[in-house]
Design a protein around this ligand. Structure first.
Ligand SMILES: Nc1ncnc2c1ncn2[C@@H]1O[C@H](COP(=O)(O)OP(=O)(O)OP(=O)(O)O)[C@@H](O)[C@H]1O
Length: 299
């Protein structure tokens, strides 16, 4: 299996934060995530799950080692190129949904397509199609606060998928949902996984992780072990090149870089954190020339 068969390849990845005493959030992680696989990431608080997700999501760069996302080494890319890779090849689903409060369901799902050179009609057609697939064809005009928690999460999932990403990253995607709604959302994940999407889900919940093909257990910034799950899909077991190598000692950290956690300021799903300002106007920014997320090509 060649590198192109992996959606993500991490090689001896270290991430060191220096806010006072250095914190080795990731400490020599080598991990491959095959295309089309469904991976759960588990581990105690502080074990490095979010740090790993931030790297895979191109929200941050490693202190040392390489992270290849959809075949591209993110350390060699400019900030602008990483933004584009993130906007076009990665979809994000958060526990808190992160929908734009003043945009309706259709506009929220259409928004990340501003990274692509497609017109407004095509953007809206695709958003409508995805919302129909997640069972919300009759809720297109609803604002987030006019939807239930499960419906909002389904809008978030449709938004994550709208650019046909190589990878969907989900951080505690069902944490705020009741049991029945959680099951519905997880069924939907499975449906998209069956259709070939690579899914990486961070969770503290064993029953959520067990929906995946395998569980990567992190401990103290390293991969402690990888657990293959019985009944994992055909696709994942045949693509299950889960080469894992961990390096236990933090003494080997080579970096002298100072990382100050830039992740929070970066745009996600085509929407920068500053753009989450609830004072954003009601008009459809996917049609606006002035919207900060409008692609260069469209200006
Ligand atoms: N921006 C940052 N600056 C400094 N230290 C950080 C930063 N982000 C994370 N850390 C530290 O890195 C370590 C790993 O953090 P991370 O958020 O990846 O853990 P986690 O496994 O996601 O934890 P949780 O389950 O509590 O969300 C922690 O010790 C944390 O304090």
């Amino acid at each position: 299996m060649g590198p192109s068969d992996d959606a993500v390849t991490m090689t001896d990845v270290r991430k060191t934060y220096r806010v006072g005493e250095p914190v080795h959030a990731l400490d020599g992680v080598t991990l491959s995530i095959p295309r089309g696989s469904y991976t759960a990431i588990m581990g105690p608080s502080g074990s490095g799950k979010s740090t790993l997700m931030n790297l895979v999501g191109c929200l941050d760069t490693p202190t040392s080692g390489t992270v290849a996302v959809d075949g591209e080494d993110i350390s060699t890319l400019s900030e602008r190129e990483r933004t584009r890779l993130r906007g076009t090849r990665v979809g994000f689903v958060f526990q808190t949904f992160n929908l734009m409060p003043r945009l309706n369901a259709l506009e929220n799902v259409a928004l990340p397509q501003l990274f692509r050179s497609v017109g407004r009609t095509e953007r809206h057609d695709r958003a409508r199609n995805l919302l129909e697939r997640v069972g919300l064809g009759d809720r297109l005009d609803h604002l987030p606060n006019e939807l239930s928690g499960g419906q909002r999460q389904r809008v978030a999932l449709a938004r994550a998928l709208v650019n046909d990403p190589a990878i969907v990253l989900a951080d505690e995607p069902s944490g705020n949902l009741d049991t029945k709604t959680e099951a519905d959302v997880l069924d939907l994940f499975e449906e998209f996984h069956d259709a070939g999407t690579t899914l990486i889900v961070v969770t503290h919940e064993r029953h959520v992780a067990e929906r995946a093909d395998r569980i990567v257990h992190l401990l103290d910034g390293n991969v402690e072990r990888i657990e293959s799950l019985e009944g994992g899909s055909e696709k994942a077991s045949s693509g299950g090149d889960s080469r894992v190598e961990t390096k236990g000692s933090s003494e080997g950290v080579r970096s002298e870089m100072v990382d100050e956690g830039t992740a929070g300021r970066t745009s996600i799903n085509g929407v920068s954190s500053d753009d989450n300002d609830p004072t954003v106007s009601d008009h459809d920014p996917t049609a606006s020339q002035d919207d900060p997320t409008t692609s260069e090509e469209e200006r």
